[in-house]
Design a protein around this ligand. Structure first.
Ligand SMILES: [Zn+2]
Length: 590
């Protein structure tokens, strides 16, 4: 593994959570058991006065939520850099079992909330008023609950159904080794070679990756189909109209018309992206359309690799140009070792940020190999961490934000970084390199995400029967053809995209694809507003991020003067990307 001569391993430091699975960790598990017992008793015993009852349940829940957050995060973060860590795995199961004990009481409480007049109660209680958004959502969701017995049974079975199928995908892909010209590489390492400046390396890596999937395709196909089957059964029992409706109501706090406006703008704009893909194919010397293995090929003069310290300086420089607060925040995250930097065997692929608002910190996982894309990812994940910092001021139960707004701060920070990088460049080849990186990323987030959305839509329709790996492959190919049109070579697509993207493997979090497109276009739209009036923008930006935890998506965006139910907003944001594409195409054709 390349280390760019730096002596540090650059692992994240989890000590502010716990120092290990002993001592304080075990004490906190005992405390959790005690609090859960009290909660069950509280819910069962005390329904005399609505306000006193609801307030005391909430106060107890605040303590439990903080404790679960700490215990779970420590185990899950440990597991994400060491996927076979048995202790972490064991404690996730233990905590899950402890929580499951309270399911029956939770159902009771939820059904109780459904029947109280929250509008009236919040007039006399600050606590109820502060939590009125999540309480009223709880009441609405109550109408989708099954019987108490069924909810308890399902919560007990979850670990061996949906969750375990997801785990199979995680373990098989984390442990998968690809033979790249005789050299054994992890899947993440191999997929990272798609960004190599050497065309032979990209092509060889692509074929090595495709070949490696063969050994796990049947197992992962079963796990994917079972997850979607389970999800279908559950949503039907819970009387949701369809998986999207569930997702919009439960995970997005968003109206269907906002999603429809977004998707219809994207479908309309496909030809703009195709223009870029064709120009890229021509630039790389392909006679036909672009083959999948060259989709991420860097164009222009790509400065071989950027070391991590340089990447950090670039991010800080960009963030400080936006606001000192954002710059100082990123500096703190880097200095205090919140980031796990390099890929290694047994570490999950990709990148993510975990907010830990109860300790006012976050952790960022990267698989940094020094590409320009990796640098943008660093800015992106630190954007998530900044969002986490803003919501640290919130009440303990108001720290979750919906999936599509989760990408707001990240995309915004990535945009600041990209714009800052390009503003410094005068050399044509270097300009192409940076501009192309940005356009390539947008193409992923709009067009590839469209293919994943179409695939998942199709998957939900068909998953009532088991689907073979070859069926899933042909479904993926069809989705890619519909999204990329003739922008990609139809003979060299990526039929296994369903294996390597972890987002499909969750029973509750379906359609974790359009949130990225939402995030990108909302972020770009915000950036356009920022340029128009930076001072005014800065006044509202943090407030808007704060609002994400307790308002509908429509209300959050309206606070910045944006109406997401209208296609016009999405079209305007897409036009910002179109300008970049036009600029790039001219440079490529010169
Ligand atoms: Zn993100």
């Amino acid at each position: 593994m390349q280390k760019f001569g730096d002596k540090m391993e650059k692992k994240w430091d989890l000590n502010s959570l716990y120092t290990g699975f002993q001592g304080k960790y075990l004490e906190d598990i005992e405390l959790l058991k005690k609090l859960i017992k009290e909660r069950i008793k509280e819910i069962n015993d005390n329904k005399r006065d609505s306000i006193i009852y609801i307030e005391s349940v909430i106060k107890n829940d605040e303590k439990i939520t903080i404790l679960i957050g700490k215990l779970f995060s420590f185990a899950e973060l440990t597991l994400s850099t060491d996927i076979i860590n048995e202790e972490a795995d064991k404690y996730i199961s233990i905590i899950t079992l402890i929580i499951n004990d309270s399911v029956k009481a939770e159902v009771d409480f939820q059904k109780y909330i459904k029947n109280v007049d929250l509008e009236e109660l919040k007039k006399s209680s600050d606590i109820i008023n502060n939590y009125s958004f999540i309480l009223s959502k709880l009441g609405k969701t109550a109408s989708h609950l099954l019987s108490k017995k069924e909810e308890v049974l399902y919560s007990k079975l979850r670990k061996v159904c949906g969750s375990s199928w997801g785990k199979i995908q995680e373990i098989t892909t984390s442990n998968l080794l690809c033979d790249v010209n005789g050299e054994s590489k992890t899947l993440t390492e191999t997929r990272n070679l798609a960004y190599s400046a050497d065309s032979k390396v990209r092509k060889d890596a692509y074929y090595a990756e495709q070949k490696a999937y063969k050994s796990i395709e049947d197992v992962v196909a079963i796990s994917l189909t079972n997850i979607k089957y389970e999800s279908n059964v559950l949503l039907k029992l819970r009387k949701y109209k369809d998986p999207i409706t569930y997702n919009l109501e439960e995970n997005c706090n968003m109206k269907r018309e906002s999603l429809d406006a977004l998707m219809s703008a994207i479908l309309e704009f496909r030809p703009v992206f195709i223009k870029y893909l064709k120009a890229k194919a021509k630039y790389l010397g392909h006679k036909k359309s672009l083959p999948f293995y060259d989709l991420f090929a860097p164009l222009g003069k790509s400065n071989s690799t950027i070391d991590f310290d340089t990447a950090c300086s670039l991010v800080l420089d960009s963030f400080y140009s936006f606001s000192p607060k954002l710059g100082d925040f990123a500096k703190k995250a880097i200095k205090n070792n919140w980031i796990d930097v390099y890929p290694k065997k047994g570490k999950v692929g990709g990148a993510f940020c975990a907010n830990l608002p109860y300790i006012r910190e976050s952790r960022v996982l990267l698989n940094f190999t020094g590409s320009l894309d990796n640098c943008l990812t660093l800015a992106h994940e630190l954007g998530h961490a900044y969002h986490g910092e803003i919501i640290s001021d919130e009440l303990p139960l108001n720290t979750n934000y919906p999936m599509q707004l989760a990408e707001t701060a990240s995309i915004f920070c990535e945009t600041i970084m990209g714009k800052n990088l390009i503003s410094k460049v005068t050399d044509k080849e270097e300009k192409i390199a940076i501009l192309e990186q940005s356009v390539s990323d947008s193409t992923q987030v709009i067009i590839d995400i469209l293919s994943r959305y179409l695939f998942e839509e199709d998957l939900y329709k068909k998953a009532n029967n088991s689907l073979s790996a070859s069926k899933l492959k042909s479904m993926m190919i069809n989705a890619q053809k519909k999204a990329y049109l003739d922008g990609l070579d139809h003979d060299i697509l990526h039929p296994y995209m369903w294996i390597c993207k972890g987002h499909y493997y969750s029973v509750d979090g379906n359609f974790y694809n359009f949130p990225y497109a939402f995030g990108l276009l909302y972020g770009r739209g915000l950036y356009a507003s920022y340029l128009k009036d930076p001072e005014e923008f800065l006044k509202n930006y943090d407030k808007m991020l704060f609002l994400t935890t307790h308002a509908t998506a429509e209300d959050v965006t309206l606070s910045m003067g944006i109406d997401i139910t209208k296609k016009d907003f999405w079209i305007d944001s897409l036009k910002v990307i179109e300008e970049e594409i036009n600029e790039l195409v001219v440079l490529l054709e010169k």
